[in-house]
Design a protein around this ligand. Structure first.
Ligand SMILES: Cc1cc2nc3c(=O)[nH]c(=O)nc-3n(C[C@H](O)[C@H](O)[C@H](O)COP(=O)(O)OP(=O)(O)OC[C@H]3O[C@@H](n4cnc5c(N)ncnc54)[C@H](O)[C@@H]3O)c2cc1C
Length: 360
């Protein structure tokens, strides 16, 4: 069966790297016309079984990570599931090498087969509704004037920044005592001017590290839509983020694309037709929708909510929760850790909004 993947990002290239496990599919990766210029950026993930190629592609990893609020610092650790970071370009390059060994073709959109003799999956980005929550950020890999970073611990969220625009935190990956990737990240409905994030990074380094930037090695920017998204094109089945892989309340996607592709390969080996399904469990999507409702309506509760969750879970539990591997016991533990009033308000507002939609 001729199988075309429209788009050549993470999902398309990950699938292509596993082409030898789909012997009944002749896979082509299609570079879409109108695609923006590819820019490299960092991709973070926790090590899980099956992610060996990503681990090999990674730049470095941390077995300790921290979540910091005004009044609390939680440091979690896991030897089994270290937090890894890789250059997306490096991962795509390694996937391409594997794909070429497996005979995958790389073509332009103008060369695509449009007849029914080929099936097509679309990996172009999904569409967000008008008032959707967005995770938007700007990151700079910087060198600073003094050795202030602790390279043993990645800081996943440090909420000690301006919260006036909505939930805002700094993500800081220390590569050495003087070098780090520092990102200003917000969960709101509106993307801000570049200067806002740049100021937040500089003020944070000054106020909490007593340091200033001497060199900017690399800058990256991103907007990840959160919540329920629509496919890029309703008529073409999706793969990757375009088939529901973005975890609605965290924006983490990489590990879920892996789960989605592994399940599709397994089903195909059992004789089923190739399909890429949303990799999240319905209950996790529901919990994320409640969390997003709280963050959208009462953003000041965000730091408290995340801080409480972090201090009540072990490193391994935190990774399982973030990677869609929760069981009921773990979900219950997370709910019990939440500040009760905002959570109850979030549940009622979420249910009320849904019933409004049903009536409309
Ligand atoms: C800066 C940034 C940092 C991120 N960091 C993380 C992270 O640390 N961890 C994580 O899990 N996730 C992260 N994400 C989410 C990330 O998008 C996914 O992990 C992953 O790239 C999604 O893979 P995909 O194949 O679905 O989409 P992509 O990799 O984005 O591929 C989409 C494809 O569609 C094409 N395309 C895009 N727009 C158009 C268009 N308008 N017309 C035609 N073609 C188009 C692109 O060229 C590409 O071929 C990050 C995203 C960004 C932008």
């Amino acid at each position: 069966m001729k199988t075309q993947i429209l788009g050549d990002g993470v999902a398309a290239m990950m699938l292509a790297s596993y082409a030898d496990e789909l012997p009944n599919h002749e896979i082509s990766i299609v570079h879409p016309s109108g695609a923006p210029i590819t820019r490299d950026h960092m991709l973070g993930f926790w090590k899980m079984d099956g992610l060996e190629m990503a681990v090999e592609s990674s730049r470095t990893s941390w077995s300790k990570w921290a979540i910091i609020t005004d009044g609390n610092k939680s440091v979690m650790h896991s030897d089994k599931h270290a937090y890894h970071i890789m250059h997306k370009a490096n991962y795509l390059h390694n996937c391409r090498e594997k794909a070429e060994q497996h005979g995958v073709k790389f073509i332009e959109e103008s060369e695509m087969i449009t007849s029914k003799s080929a099936q097509t999956f679309d990996s172009r980005p999904p569409r967000a509704s008008k008032n959707a929550m967005l995770q938007h950020f700007l990151g700079q890999e910087v060198e600073v004037d003094k050795p202030v970073f602790d390279p043993s611990t990645a800081v996943l969220m440090d909420f000690r920044v301006d919260q006036n625009e909505g939930m805002h935190f700094i993500y800081l990956l220390p590569y050495s005592p003087t070098q780090a990737l520092v990102e200003s990240t917000l969960f709101t409905t509106t993307v801000l001017e570049r200067q806002f994030y740049v100021d937040a990074i500089n003020e944070h380094l000054r106020d909490h590290y007593g340091a200033s930037i001497t060199n900017i090695i690399h800058e990256e920017q991103g907007v990840i839509p959160m919540g329920t998204l629509s496919p890029h094109d309703d008529t073409i089945p999706g793969i990757g983020a375009n088939a529901g892989a973005i975890r609605p309340a965290s924006g983490y996607t990489f590990v879920f694309i892996h789960q989605q592709i592994q399940r599709a390969i397994k089903a195909s080996k059992q004789g089923k037709s190739l399909r890429f399904k949303r990799p999240h469990k319905a209950v996790d999507v529901w919990m994320d929708a409640v969390l997003l409702t709280v963050l959208k309506n009462w953003p000041r509760q965000g730091p408290k909510l995340v801080g409480r969750m972090a201090s009540s879970l072990s490193g391994d539990e935190f990774v399982r929760f973030m990677s869609g591997q929760s069981n009921w016991r773990l979900r219950f533990k997370v709910i019990m850790a939440m500040p009760k009033l905002p959570f109850i308000r979030g549940v009622s507002k979420h249910i009320f909004r849904r019933s409004e939609k049903v009536v409309a």
